[in-house]
Design a protein around this ligand. Structure first.
Ligand code: HEM
Length: 211
């Protein structure tokens, strides 16, 4: 979970920073989108590096979900006899719910997001437009419900990151009573920055600050 989660966190940070280029205007954003496809040229053909990134991402997502399911199975097999009390501590119940259901909603969101901005199936502009035009059309004020859907999914991504990064510190043996507050703060800060950076894009378009 920690290794594949780490790969996904790095991708999310890079993706969020890249998306912020929308604030530099159409030319810079489209130039960035083109660079994603030409990275590594002329040493390697167009899209080679991007395809490698896509393969690493795809494998990481599959292994991350597979680890989640097998860890949950292992945990329940380790205690065939149920706890007498169904009452869980607040933290236990909250974390398990946000990770499990949040993870499923994030997976559905990623599929929607790929159909929207990678394959253009559900995007109002389609394949003839530039990446900037597709983005601005997507979050047009008339399509406020798409912005709401993205914001809800991104808040779930933030909660997932907060708990996931914190759990990874634990897995890696970094958690000590002395470091607990600092590590919790670090996980929360990374999660908040990633979420705020991501939501700033659709919100700015819907509110007309970017057009
Ligand atoms: C407001 C939030 C987001 C916006 C505006 C956004 C925008 C985009 C755009 C424009 C692309 C196409 C890039 C290109 O090829 O030119 C893209 C691709 C992608 N995004 Fe996002 N994204 C957002 C959030 C997310 C989140 C939270 C995730 C993951 C949980 C994610 C995962 C992906 C993936 C996997 C791709 C495909 C990468 C590839 O194969 O080329 N995105 N996104």
């Amino acid at each position: 979970m920690a290794v594949t989660g780490g790969v996904l966190v790095l991708y999310l940070v890079a993706h969020m920073v890249g998306n912020l280029k929308i604030f530099l205007g159409a030319e810079d954003f489209n130039h960035y989108a083109e660079w994603l496809r030409t990275m590594g040229e002329p040493a390697v053909p167009r899209r080679t590096v991007l395809t490698l990134i896509e393969v690493v991402l795809g494998v990481s997502v599959v292994l991350h979900m597979w680890s989640a399911v097998s860890l949950a199975r292992r945990a329940s097999a380790a205690r065939p006899v149920k706890y007498q009390s169904k009452k869980k501590s607040h933290a236990q119940g909250y974390a398990a719910r946000t990770m499990r259901y949040g993870g499923v909603i994030i997976a559905v969101y990623v599929v929607w997001h790929l159909l929207d901005l990678t394959f253009f199936v559900v995007n109002p502009k389609g394949s003839d437009a530039t990446p900037y035009e597709r983005m601005v059309a997507d979050f047009d004020p008339s399509r406020w419900y798409i912005t709401v859907w993205y914001v809800v999914a991104l808040v779930l991504v933030g909660l997932h990151l907060n708990h996931g990064i914190w759990s990874a510190f634990q897995t890696l043996g970094l958690r000590t009573p002395r470091r607990e507050r600092a590590l919790r703060g670090l996980a929360g800060t990374v999660a908040a920055l990633v979420t705020l950076g991501f939501v700033s894009v659709p919100l700015s378009i819907t509110f007309g600050w970017v057009s």
